[in-house]
Design a protein. Structure first.
Length: 106
């Protein structure tokens, strides 16, 4: 079930990006995150585009984050928004601190 899938992905103190390859905001989020050196296993980019439960996943993401669109970027179990939100956090210097405080960076 989509709810269990999402919950399983976002637990465990890592950064998770639910994305689709054709989405420019997903590319933006990945580009921002690629500037950081993550410890192995602390960054998961999950392509939901080919999944049979893609719509259910997006419905559940809307339920827990208020947004159905991708990307949905989670730092730990907290959703920080989409591509432009991640870019803004990076620009104002908050993203690095968030990543360091959860122990995701090398």
């Amino acid at each position: 079930m989509a709810q269990e899938f999402v919950k399983a992905q976002i637990k465990g103190g890592k950064v998770v990006v639910f994305s689709k390859p054709s989405c420019p905001y997903c590319v933006m989020a990945k580009d921002v995150l690629s500037k950081y050196k993550f410890k192995t296993g602390h960054l998961d980019i999950i392509d939901i585009s080919g999944r049979s439960d893609m719509s259910d996943i997006q419905d559940y993401l809307k339920q827990i984050t208020g947004g159905r669109t991708v990307p949905r970027v989670f730092i730990g179990e907290k959703c920080v928004g989409g591509g432009s939100d991640v870019a803004e956090l990076d620009k104002c210097g908050k993203l690095e601190g968030m990543l360091q405080s959860m122990g995701a960076l090398q």
